[in-house]
Design a protein around this ligand. Structure first.
Ligand code: AHR
Length: 329
């Protein structure tokens, strides 16, 4: 009798411990794998969530398709996950499915590319790049750099290679690029086209520009992958990237640092993919019952170039070679 009693007590205790330590399930709807930035973003969040005691990751790669993301979000609702991490491939068209997430009562964390309906839905936290400021910094860097080498009053031809059309990262950076161009009347816009945030499309767009635009002095690429693809095209056309054409990228991935140190690229404006440092403490706090105000947090970001010291108002550029060893992505 005593043995039976002990067995029942042990089973009850086991059941209790089992239910008390049930996993916190965090679902992540990722856009795809278009760039080094995206890979770093996926790896950072994946590692942090999978290595966190008591947390489980449900990951979905939408392969750049909005319909895949909508399907993934509905699957997460069906699975009744505990949290949803979301970044949208484009900025529009999310109202309905994100309202469904709200109605299911699943806390939503927005990261990276925020949807345009952010004000109309509920979210518990939002961490995203300040894309308009990044775009402004790209143009301001080119304008201030040209002044620093005594060419501030010479007309120069500028091309803007845009990211995926309709992505918040594209619309924001284009807005910042175009607004800043007004501050630098000697920078003349002679080309503006999407390279879809990929290296291959960046190369193809640059190849066609080099054939159709007689003189290109400055390339503003809305991410580093497209800048790196363009560098291949510039070299293949017999020109010297970084000298014949000044190249300003965005993201600050390791390959861009290498290109700057090698003299092939001039500048990269930082857009950090490392969101785990924000997401993990936020979910830990939410688990403890802490509530957050509905607000958007932009990480602090830098600008890196060949020599450093270019003053962009909100930030001064840093010499890439001086910090390359400390970079995490
Ligand atoms: O949303 C962030 C942007 O998406 C990065 O700049 C780009 O490289 C990525 O594909």
């Amino acid at each position: 009798m005593k043995k039976v009693f002990l067995l029942i007590t042990a089973l009850v205790l086991l059941a209790f411990v089992g239910s008390a330590s049930a996993d916190v399930v965090i679902a992540f709807s990722q856009i795809g794998q278009e760039s080094d930035w995206r890979t770093a973003n996926t790896d950072d969040l994946r590692k942090a969530i999978e290595n966190h005691p008591g947390w489980k990751l449900v990951y979905d790669d939408a392969q750049q398709k909005q319909e895949n993301q909508i399907k993934a979000l509905r699957n997460f609702i069906t699975q009744d996950v505990n949290y949803i991490l979301f970044t949208g491939v484009v900025s529009t068209g999310w109202d309905e499915v994100l309202k469904e997430v709200n109605e299911a009562g699943i806390p939503l964390l927005l990261i990276d590319r925020l949807p345009d309906c952010a004000d109309r839905i509920d979210y518990v936290a939002a961490f995203g790049g300040d894309f308009v400021e990044e775009g402004r910094r790209q143009i301001a860097w080119a304008g201030e750099y040209l002044k620093s080498i005594g060419k501030g009053d010479k007309d120069v031809n500028v091309v803007i290679m845009e990211g995926t059309t309709g992505a918040t990262a594209q619309t924001g950076r284009t807005e910042g690029n175009l607004k800043a161009l007004k501050e630098y009347p000697h920078l003349k816009l002679v080309g503006q086209q999407s390279g879809n945030f990929t290296r291959a499309e960046g190369q193809a767009v640059m190849e066609s520009w080099l054939k159709s635009i007689p003189k290109i002095d400055v390339l503003i690429a809305q991410n580093d992958d497209m800048a790196l693809g363009a560098i291949d095209a510039i070299k293949a056309a017999g020109k010297v990237p970084g000298k014949d054409i000044i190249i300003v990228g965005c993201d600050s991935v390791k390959a861009a640092f290498d290109a700057i140190v090698a003299g092939d690229m001039n500048c990269t404006v930082e857009c950090t993919p490392l969101y785990a440092a924000f997401v993990v403490p936020t979910i830990e706090a939410l688990e403890r019952g802490v509530k957050f105000d509905k607000s958007v947090i932009h990480p602090e970001e830098g600008v890196f170039d060949m020599n450093g010291g270019i003053d962009l108002g909100t930030v001064k550029s840093v010499k890439a070679a001086d910090v390359i060893a400390t970079r995490q992505y």
